[in-house]
Structure formats: structure tokens, C-alpha cells
Design a binder for this molecule. Structure first.
Ligand SMILES: [Fe+2]
Length: 512
């Protein structure tokens, strides 16, 4: 199929300029077109992806932009003065993609911080700060990242991001529920703009609502992000093309496609992740010198349908003593992604192998003693898939695996055995789950029960909102559980609730 945008890109700036001439270069904007901020992501040793979206009236269906292509200029420099500019170019913002801009910069030096900005007409964007990854064979001494997830706009303010800005981070890793498609709970501090989204226009408006937040914008502008989605970027607890609420499959897939497209339009995702038809691949891996490799998994798009969950009882899936969950064919990643991950892990020479994905991986049984109750939306609904993944870590002798997750609105620290169904199975990985940025949690009764049942769970609490900070050094990894006093107070303090170490060569978390 003829792809006009790629054709234009391959033909260089001359054609781009003539194409965009319907929108004058001296365009003036009554409202700042960079109202949704700037962002960067996916650092490589020679660059990163830059993002912005022109939306002078962010909540309008067209973002306040004309139905025309617009040329946007971008600059990269090593300091705030942009002198000299070390890379620059133009990108085409088109109505078909909500005038979003994605630029893969590939000509920079490894292991360096840069500044970037966009300009169009009379408007200049805020300046963002980002960095390249270390060269592939270099000995990086430290990688500091923040793990974040679950940021329901109505449940609180983004104070966690204000604290995270002081952490001198190399990366933010967001593992999903960046937006919420619906409202729930009481005592909300603010309201979504517009109705719950089901269409492309609706999801664009929902992203505009979240991305208008100044603290979220500041966190994006401070360092590169890595991203994966979870369920609420589309619909609560969906599995592949299957709605938990029994939606008509054709209608649901159309909704999912709209949601995936809007996600791409609003995130600093590389060009390679641009949706093509109904296909969008967001799983990938990011090397960080010899120190680390970060795999980013998509466990929503390709998973098998949730076991023991009935559309007739959407809010009460029959999770007690659910036999169907042990089906050996169950998959979380789908065959293609699973094979890719297996191959990637087998060939990794990184000191630390981080697997960032959506949800809690450790088995957690909600019934004390005999009988069992598992959350079948998570890995406990797909134990055969979990055993294959953990078995691959063991089989390939993968160095220092660390699993990162979110989704459950609680901090969890756990040692992951090769096979949960085998008593005394050896520990092969360490798991850290970050709590929600704002989203409400249930009480801790369920977590206490799970911990009582499973000594491999070292820590768990859903009492706090916040984030998890992870420092990777050649000999040791340290996780700090960063807890807010009250996420409904914009000025709330943040403290380290607990810290855990993982010593290189010894899987398992040790309280610091
Ligand atoms: Fe969530």
C-alpha cells in the first residue's frame, strides 16, 4: 500500500516543505500548540525517540488544529542554550495521527545527556532533557530507574512525579494503566474531562486530560521513558480480543484498535511501533551497556482468554479452586513474543536482566490453608505460561533476572521459584512490583493472607501510593519503595518505606 508519510520522509525536506506549504511557516497560534508537553523514550547508544503533539485546544476533537499537514522543526543540543545544535530536522504532523510527532534521532554520542525542543510557526515547545544509552560493550557503573504504574486521574494528584523528579533518574519505566477508561471509587479529587472513551476521538480526549497535568509533563520532560500498556488503556481486564463484559467482538476490536492508536499518538514510541492496520508491536528490549538489558513485555494483546471468568458475572469471576487456569496451552505473551523472549534471554550477555511487564508474577493465594483463590487476570490465571518463562531463565542460566510489574496497586517484593507447583523449587529471579501512582487499593487482608501462604513473598502492602526506585550497579541492585503520605494532597511528603538488595549471582531480595 502506498504510504504517503513514509514516501515523503524518504524524499527529503524539499517535498516535505512543499507539501506543508498550505499551513504557512509563519503560522501564529492563539493558544500554545504544545499544551500536552514533550517527551522522549527508548534510548539507544546513538539516540532516542522524541515526541510531541500539536494541540492548541487539547480537548477539542481536532485538538484545535486545521485539517492539514504541518511541518514541525526539532533541535537537539548538549545544553540549555542550544548552542551548538548537534542534531535537527523536520517532521510532519498529520491530522490522521492527531498531529503527533515521533522522531527517531540516531546520530548522537553514547552515554550522554541532551536537551531537545520543537518549534512551529511562532511557537516554541518547552525544553526536554533526555539521554542516550551507554555503548553496547561499555561498562556502565549505574542505571537508576523509577518503576511507575496505575495513575487514575480522579483518585489523586501526581505528587509522586514531583518527588521522582528529584531522583536524578536515567529512565522512567511505566508498566501500564497510564489512563483509565472508566471511573470508580469515592472521594475523587478531580474529574475526567469528557465521557468514557470508546472511539479514537474519545481516547484522544482521555489522553489529553491526563497529559495536560503539569507534573506528568515535567516527569516526561526530565528523562527518557520506556512504556508498556496494561488493560485500562483499552478496557478493564480485557484479554486479547475478548472483553470481560461480553462486548460484541467486532465492536470490541474496533474499540481496541482506536485505543492502541491513541496510545501510540500520545507516547514517545519509536517509529517501528507505529500501528500498521490492526498490528502494533510494543514489546521490545533496551540494552544498557554490559550492565543491563530491559525487556518490555506485552501481556495483554496476545494472551489466552481468562479462565474461570464468565461474561454473565463480570464482577465476580469464579476464581475459587479454578481448575481451568492450569491449562498447559495457556499463554500470556502469545507464541511469537514468547519465542522472541526466549531467544533474547538465551543470547543476553547483560549483568542484570530486567523483565518489565504488567502485573504481579508471584503466586498469591487468597485463601488460608486448604482451598485456593487466585486472581485469574494475572499470572496466577496462566501458571503454565509463568512456568515456561521462569524455566527459560533457569535453562538459559540468565544472569540476575529481575521482574518488574504493576497493576495491583500495592508494593510486592518476592523471590520467584522456577516452578510454583513444585515444593522447594529453586529461586531463579527476584520480583519488585511498584504500587500505584494514585489508583485506589483494597485493604491489606488479601495481601497478608497471600504472604502467610507463601514464604517467598518478602514484602507486600497496598497502603501507600508512590513508585519504586531501582539502582542497578555491577555487583548489587537496590530497590527503594517510595511511599507518599497522601496522594490526594498535591504537596504530600514522600519517604522510603523499605529497601531491598539483590546481590549479583544470588537471586532473591534481602532487606537492606
Ligand atoms: Fe491499575
Amino acid at each position: 500500500m502506498f504510504n504517503r508519510r513514509r514516501f515523503l520522509a524518504s524524499c527529503g525536506g524539499l517535498l516535505l516543505a512543499s507539501n506543508a506549504s498550505r499551513w504557512p511557516h509563519a503560522a501564529t497560534f492563539d493558544n500554545a500548540p504544545f499544551a500536552l508537553g514533550v517527551a522522549s523514550g527508548y534510548p539507544t547508544p546513538t539516540g532516542f525517540t522524541l515526541w510531541t503533539r500539536l494541540a492548541p485546544t487539547p480537548y477539542a476533537p481536532d485538538g484545535g488544529m486545521p485539517n492539514q499537514d504541518v511541518l514541525v522543526h526539532w533541535d537537539v543540543a548538549e545544553d540549555d542554550h542550544f548552542s551548538p545544535i548537534v542534531a535537527s530536522g523536520t517532521a510532519l504532523a498529520t491530522p490522521a495521527w492527531a498531529h503527533s510527532v515521533h522522531v527517531d534521532v540516531t546520530t548522537l554520542r553514547p552515554d550522554r545527556w541532551y536537551r531537545y525542543r520543537f518549534h512551529v510557526g511562532n511557537a516554541m515547545s518547552p525544553v526536554g532533557r533526555t539521554r542516550t544509552a551507554p555503548a553496547l560493550e561499555s561498562e556502565a557503573r549505574l542505571l537508576r530507574l523509577a518503576l511507575v504504574s496505575c495513575q487514575h486521574y480522579e483518585h489523586g494528584y501526581y505528587a509522586a512525579y514531583r518527588h521522582l523528579l528529584a531522583d536524578d533518574l536515567d529512565l522512567v519505566v511505566h508498566v501500564g494503566d497510564y489512563i483509565y477508561e472508566g471511573s470508580w471509587g469515592n472521594g475523587k479529587v478531580r474529574s475526567h474531562v469528557g465521557p468514557d472513551p470508546t472511539t479514537l476521538i474519545g481516547y484522544r480526549q482521555r489522553y489529553a486530560c491526563y497529559k495536560a497535568d503539569p507534573l506528568l509533563q515535567a516527569a516526561h520532560a526530565a528523562c527518557p521513558w520506556l512504556m508498556v500498556w496494561d488493560d485500562h488503556e483499552v478496557q478493564n481486564d480485557y484479554a486479547a480480543d475478548h472483553s470481560r463484559y461480553g462486548d460484541d467482538p467486532v465492536t470490541f476490536v474496533a474499540r481496541r484498535n482506536a485505543a492502541y492508536r491513541a496510545y501510540y499518538e500520545h507516547m514517545p514510541l519509536p517509529e517501528a511501533m507505529r500501528p500498521r492496520g490492526v498490528q502494533i508491536q510494543i514489546y521490545t528490549h533496551v540494552p544498557w551497556g554490559r550492565l543491563a538489558q530491559i525487556a518490555l513485555l506485552d501481556d495483554r494483546q496476545y494472551r489466552s482468554y481468562r479462565p474461570c471468568s464468565s461474561a454473565r458475572m463480570p464482577s465476580t469471576p469464579d476464581e475459587v479452586n479454578c481448575r481451568a487456569r492450569t491449562a498447559p496451552t495457556a499463554t500470556m505473551l502469545g507464541a511469537i513474543q514468547e519465542a522472541w523472549l526466549d531467544q533474547m534471554l538465551a543470547s543476553s550477555t547483560a549483568q542484570w536482566n530486567v523483565i518489565a511487564q504488567q502485573t504481579l508474577m508471584a503466586q498469591n493465594d487468597g485463601i488460608l490453608g486448604p482451598g485456593e483463590q487466585f486472581n485469574t487476570d494475572g499470572w496466577d490465571g496462566y501458571p503454565a505460561a509463568r512456568t515456561r518463562l521462569l524455566g527459560a531463565l533457569d535453562r538459559h542460566r540468565v544472569a540476575n533476572p529481575i521482574v518488574l510489574g504493576g497493576d495491583v496497586h500495592a508494593f510486592w517484593v518476592a523471590d520467584l521459584p522456577r516452578d510454583f507447583s513444585v515444593p522447594h523449587s529453586p529461586i531463579v529471579a527476584t520480583e519488585f512490583v511498584g504500587t500505584s501512582i494514585t489508583s485506589y487499593a483494597g485493604d491489606d487482608e488479601r495481601i497478608r493472607t497471600a504472604m502467610h501462604e507463601a514464604p517467598n513473598i518478602k514484602f507486600g502492602t497496598g497502603r501507600y501510593r508512590g513508585y519504586l526506585r531501582l539502582d542497578l550497579r555491577p555487583e548489587i541492585a537496590t530497590a527503594d519503595l517510595r511511599a507518599l503520605r497522601n496522594a490526594q494532597d498535591l504537596n504530600t511528603p514522600c519517604a522510603t518505606l523499605a529497601s531491598f538488595n539483590v546481590v549479583s549471582g544470588r537471586p532473591g531480595a534481602v532487606r537492606a
